[in-house]
Design a protein around this ligand. Sequence first.
Ligand code: FUB
Length: 326
Amino acid sequence: MNKNTKPNTPLVSHIYTADPSAHVFEGKIYIYPSHDLDHDGPSNVNGDQYAMEDYHVLSLEDFNSPCIDHGEALHLKDIPWAKQQLWAPDAAYKNNTYYLFFPARDKDDIFRIGVATSSSPAGPFKAEESYIPGSFSIDPAVLVDDNEKAYCYFGGLWGGQLEKWQTGTYQHDAEGPAEDEPALGPIVAELSDDMLTFKETPQEISIVDEEGNPILAGDEERRFFEGPWVHKYNGYYYLSYSTGTAHRIAYAISENPKGPFVHKGNILNPVVGWTTHHSIVQFKENWYLFYHDCTLSDGVDHKRSVKYTEIKYNADGTIQTIDPYK
Ligand code: FUB
């Protein structure tokens, strides 16, 4: 338990946590982070240093309450199909069940997306025997829409392997598009009613500029890299994501959950550490950004800590950019 729930401060400091997906379940804020290992091994662009082996669920009664660590909710050894690297998860509630969606490398070293279930938002979660058929890459984020349709958004470049799926099958040596070609977008698939499979073939989302032109692969300030998140505000779908090499959380808006999404700007300026990853949730009247940085570890990229801060919308629906250190 950590008594410190001040904004822009690690929610917990007894373990390293990252990639927070926050939801309000049963009147409380539940946070589903990655659990970074405290190791001092080498780093590479493939992300092998992100060698996580389990998930812990955190919760807050409100922002005046301590953050509770509910302990281990799922371990790699209990996921029959997974070999390594439990990366950024998300959770959803439907059918009186809590679902944990998570990426991991399968026995062939290919990232897939799995699902596990629980009767409690805090877990423990029981993993399905196999990954979701037709799933690939990383960073699942699930939106259960007002009409109960559920959409799974996912995808990440480089170590997340999204470039390798441009033909619809895994191509080990495939690279991303040229700088003057449209960037790869995140992927979306509607989930089946039981939330355990995709109802349809996953499709790529288009992110365009205000003139309707696709954001190009060389446009590193705006192009999608990883960590998609979709929330709804005033009837519009907001897709937010990490730009990777430019280290920003950018966002784009659409009237349709599958896009195209029009790029609008940045929600979060760069944090300490290479990765940036977030979620957005409404709690009572206000909206909050959950994010991570590496200040607690003095800048070690794979030892991150989850934080939160409030976000503000302008009258036209745009979001004010946050500088995490001001
Ligand atoms: O935590 C491992 C990876 O780092 C996540 O899947 C990415 O979004 C990045 O935060």
